[in-house]
Design a protein around this ligand. Structure first.
Ligand code: FES
Ligand code: FES
Length: 173
């Protein structure tokens, strides 16, 4: 057993004793009832289970949760799909997903949303040239599988959010 304290969407959970082999996916879904994070392949291949890990240096990355022990997140700050909307107001990326009908069954959506949000925040810190945009979005979303094949619409949604605020995400030259 391991003592786990983790900050999720700004709220501290724990300390709580958890089994060493308890996955973060089971901790979120079964212990906390946060079922927005999905369980797909269970083998770190589809990223439907991906959440955001906020690093102390201000950067963020996504991480699968299906095969990663909950205990490995001890002391860390993470974000899940439940943490994006504020006071019922969807984020620009969530609205763009809806506007583009990017998802059908929605099983992959939390993972794509988290990855897209990490990309937006990265570009806000380090804007890129417009010419690099398509490749940058494709590389960021690479690895996320969508059985309903919404890939192009997810890509277009992320692009729309970036192009709506070029001064924030893109270099002028
Ligand atoms: S369920 Fe975690 S990567 Fe597929
Ligand atoms: S919307 Fe169904 S798996 Fe992506």
């Amino acid at each position: 057993m391991t003592s786990l304290t983790v900050t999720i969407n700004g709220a501290v959970h724990g300390p709580r004793e958890v089994r060493d082999d308890l996955t973060m996916n089971d901790f979120l879904r079964e212990y906390l009832g946060m079922t927005g994070t999905k369980f797909g392949c269970g083998a770190a291949q589809c990223l439907s289970c991906a959440i955001i890990v906020d690093n102390p240096d201000g950067t963020s990355i996504t991480s699968p949760t299906c095969i990663v022990p909950a205990a490995s997140f001890n002391g860390k700050a993470i974000r899940t799909v439940e943490g994006h909307a504020k006071d019922g107001e969807l984020t620009a990326l969530q609205k763009a997903f809806i506007a583009h009908f990017a998802f059908q069954c929605g099983y992959c959506t939390a993972g794509f949303l988290n990855e897209g949000q990490v990309l937006l925040e990265r570009l806000a810190r380090a804007p890129i040239a417009r010419a690099e945009l398509e490749k940058t979005i494709a590389e960021a979303l690479d690895g996320h599988l969508c059985r309903c094949t919404g890939y192009i619409k997810y890509h277009q949604a992320v692009r729309d959010v970036i192009l709506a605020e070029p001064a924030r995400y893109l270099r002028s030259s």
